[in-house]
Design a protein around this ligand. Structure first.
Ligand SMILES: NC(=[NH2+])NCCC[C@H](N)C(=O)O
Length: 396
C-alpha cells in the first residue's frame, strides 16, 4: 500500500507541478454546444497562427509538500511520486502571446488570480518558479512548416506540436517525482498530458470527468475539433498509427503511449456521438453517465469507478482529467461546449474529493474554462475550487 502522508507529519513529501496550457482556442469555435461562444472568422480559420493567435503558456509550479503545519486531514499519495530531494521546485509563469478571442487561454491565468498558489501553499504544497516553455515559437514553427492540412483534425500540426512539448514536460516531471497539475486550455491537451503520464507510468488509471466522451477519431468526428479526440489518439484500438495525423508523428517515436480501454473510466457523460457510443461498447470502456449518477448517486458511482481501476491493481497511480463542462451550465456556464443536465455543485466537488481519498492520485488536469463565454466569474471560481479539491482541500 502507498504510504500515508499526513499534513502534520514530517516526512518525505511529494511534489507538484502545475502546467497551464492555454491557447487551444481553435477547437472551441465550431463545436456543437449551447450558449454564446467566440467563433473565429474564416480568415483566422485559414491562418490560425498570427501575432494574436497562440496564447499558450506553460505554468509549471513544482511544489513539494510542506510539513508540520497543518490540520489532521490525511491524504495519501503514491509512493513513487515522493521526491525526498525536492528542493529544486519550480514554477513556469504564464505568458500570453494573444489570440483573436478571449478564451480558454485565459483559464489558467484566471484560476491563478483566484488565489490558486496561495491556496495550494496553505494546503501544504510549496511552489517555486520555473522558466516558461516557449510554446508560441514551437507552434509558429509548426504552422510555418506544415505541408498538409487535415480538415478532419483541425490544426493538427499545432495541436501536435504543443502536445508534444507538454508530453515531454509531464513525463520529465513525473519521472523526477513531481505531481503535475495541468491547467488548460481545451481538452486536446489531454493528448500531451496523458502521453507523458503513460510514458512515465504506463499502469496509470484515468478518470475522465466530462459531458463528452472525447473518443472521436479524425474520421468519426463530425466537427473535426481535436478536443473531441484525445482519448482516441491514446487507444491503439482506434488510432493504431498516429503518424497518419499530421503533427502527431512524435507519438510513434520511442515509447509509444497507449491507454488500455480498461484503464479508463468516464464520469458525467451526457453528450456522446454516434461512433463514440459504439467504441465505448465495443471496447468495453467503463462509463458512468448522468443516468447512472441520477440512479445510483455520485457516492456509489465514484466508489464503483475507483474499484474498477483499483481492485486489480491497488497501488497503481491515478490521473484525473476534469473538463469543467461535466458540471451543469447552471454552475459552470463559461465553457465552449456546455451541455445541460450535468453535475451539481456538490457532485462536482465530490468527484474531486473522493479521488484524492483513494490515495492514488498522481496527476490532475482541468480544462475548458473559458470565461469570455459567459458574464461573471462563477466558472473560474468553481474551476479553482475543483483544482484545490483535487490537491487535497476537504471540508474537514
Ligand atoms: N472536451 C470537449 N469539450 N469536447 C467536446 C467534443 C464535442 C463533440 N463530441 C466533438 O467531437 O466535436
Amino acid at each position: 500500500m502507498p504510504p500515508t502522508i499526513s499534513y502534520h507529519r514530517h516526512a518525505a513529501l511529494p511534489s507538484l507541478g502545475i502546467y497551464s496550457i492555454s491557447g487551444y482556442q481553435w477547437s472551441v469555435g465550431t463545436a456543437t454546444d449551447t450558449g454564446p461562444k467566440a467563433v473565429r472568422t474564416d480568415a483566422e480559420e485559414a491562418s490560425p497562427v498570427g501575432p494574436v493567435w497562440w496564447a499558450t503558456n506553460v505554468v509549471g509550479n513544482l511544489t513539494e509538500w510542506a510539513s508540520g503545519m497543518f490540520s489532521s486531514r490525511q491524504v495519501q499519495y503514491p509512493e513513487q511520486q515522493t521526491n525526498p530531494g525536492a528542493s529544486d521546485s519550480e514554477v513556469n509563469a504564464p505568458m500570453t502571446f494573444g489570440q483573436p478571442f478571449v478564451g480558454t487561454d485565459s483559464g489558467p491565468k484566471l484560476i491563478r488570480e483566484h488565489g490558486l498558489l496561495k491556496n495550494l501553499s496553505s494546503l501544504g504544497w510549496r511552489v517555486e518558479d520555473h522558466p516558461d516553455l516557449d510554446f508560441a515559437t514551437i507552434c509558429s514553427r509548426a504552422d510555418a512548416e506544415k505541408s498538409t492540412r487535415d480538415p478532419n483534425a483541425k490544426h493538427s500540426q499545432l495541436v501536435g506540436a504543443g502536445t508534444k512539448v507538454l508530453a515531454d514536460l509531464v513525463e520529465d516531471k513525473l519521472s523526477t517525482g513531481r505531481f503535475p497539475l495541468i491547467l488548460g486550455g481545451d481538452h486536446s491537451i489531454g493528448i500531451g498530458s496523458l502521453s507523458g503520464i503513460l510514458r512515465a507510468r504506463p499502469e496509470t488509471g484515468v478518470i475522465w470527468v466530462d459531458a463528452h466522451a472525447d473518443l472521436n477519431t479524425p474520421s468519426s468526428s463530425e466537427s473535426g475539433n481535436m478536443h473531441g479526440m484525445p482519448l482516441a489518439l491514446l487507444m491503439a484500438e482506434l488510432v493504431p498509427d498516429r503518424r497518419v495525423i499530421p503533427g502527431f508523428e512524435w507519438m510513434e517515436e520511442g515509447i509509444k503511449p497507449f491507454l488500455s480501454p480498461d484503464s479508463l473510466v468516464y464520469v458525467g457523460l451526457r453528450d456522446v456521438d454516434k461512433m463514440e457510443r459504439q467504441y465505448i461498447k465495443e471496447l468495453g470502456i467503463k462509463a458512468f453517465t448522468m443516468y447512472d449518477i441520477d440512479h445510483l448517486g455520485i457516492g456509489r458511482v465514484m466508489e464503483m469507478a475507483l474499484s474498477h481501476l483499483l481492485d486489480r491493481a491497488p497501488d497503481r497511480p491515478l490521473h484525473i482529467s476534469y473538463d469543467i463542462d461535466a458540471v451543469d451550465p447552471m454552475y459552470a456556464p463559461a465553457t465552449g461546449t456546455a451541455v445541460r443536465g450535468g453535475l451539481t455543485w456538490r457532485e462536482a466537488h465530490f468527484v474531486a474529493e473522493h479521488v484524492v481519498r483513494s490515495g492514488n492520485l498522481a496527476s490532475a488536469e482541468i480544462v475548458e474554462v473559458n470565461e469570455s463565454l459567459s458574464p461573471g466569474s462563477e466558472t473560474v471560481e468553481l474551476g479553482h475550487q475543483l483544482v484545490t479539491a483535487m490537491l487535497g482541500e476537504a471540508i474537514l
